[in-house]
Ligand binder design. Structure first.
Ligand code: NAP
Length: 214
């Protein structure tokens, strides 16, 4: 499958490496391709780097791994025509570091970054997921408790959500996936970040997750 990934940070590189190893045609989209030269060496020719528009045009499925502050700008550079009709797996969080640590959320309660993106691109099938765990867990959940912990999905398009649930299982190894509902439920997973950050501080590692028990 052709996969386009927006963002050259830890998340983009981690998703890109995993998907490339699986044999898919990965194109990373960045404003600055030079940033990814070292990473390209690590994936040994199994992926390509281009502009955000190149990655968007290339991908049959797209991942948004850009900084939340820059996500709408990144998607504008990707180009609406290149996005329309496609599944966009949105991993971004609306973190504002401008007041120091810990960051605050720049959108919350009655709105979310996921909804802002979905409103800006109504023809995109936006599925919010993976934003509640650290990058290495996204693609390798079984490194903790044999994968017996939870990830969430939110999105309006039911078929697209089922498709992404299948990818989470088959590409990354997730076992426990909780469908929270439509894209408004992204408010919940984005607002989980303040407690995630406090747990990170208390535990001294980002390598943890939660398990839902009833
Ligand atoms: N790090 C984690 O473990 C983790 C876990 C869960 C969720 N997340 C979320 O996943 C996203 C990516 O996180 P990250 O840690 O990999 O990287 P990041 O440092 O948050 O930034 C990733 C990328 O965002 C792009 N970007 C920033 N401002 C932009 C703008 N104005 N226009 C276009 N692109 C812009 C940059 O792309 P260029 O290459 O073009 O400079 C950069 O490579 C974030 O939203 C983060 O909150 C991260």
């Amino acid at each position: 499958m052709k996969v386009g990934i927006f963002g050259s940070g830890m998340v983009g590189q981690t998703i890109g490496s995993r998907v490339a190893v699986l044999g898919h045609a990965v194109m990373m989209g960045t404003r600055n391709p030079a940033k990814l030269q070292e990473w390209l060496g690590k994936v040994a020719g199994k992926a390509r780097v281009g502009s955000l528009a190149d990655a968007a045009a290339h991908g049959e499925i797209l991942f948004n791994a850009t900084n939340g502050n820059g996500s709408l700008e990144a998607l504008a550079l990707a180009g609406e025509a290149n996005l329309n009709g496609k599944i966009l797996v949105d991993i971004s969080n609306p973190l504002d570091f401008s007041h120091g640590m810990p960051p605050v959320l720049f959108v919350s309660n009655s709105d979310s970054l996921g909804e802002q993106i979905q409103r800006a691109y109504p023809k995109v099938k936006l599925i919010k997921t993976l934003n509640t765990v650290t990058a290495s867990l996204m693609v390798n959940p079984r490194q903790l408790a044999d994968g017996d912990h939870h990830i969430f999905v939110s999105g309006n398009d039911v078929d697209a959500k089922l498709y992404v649930v299948d990818l989470l299982k088959t590409w990354f190894g997730w076992k426990n996936i909780l469908d929270l509902g439509d894209i408004t439920t992204a408010r919940g997973t984005e607002m989980y970040l303040p407690i995630w950050l406090r747990m990170w501080g208390a535990l001294g590692t980002g390598l943890f997750n939660i398990k839902i028990v009833k």
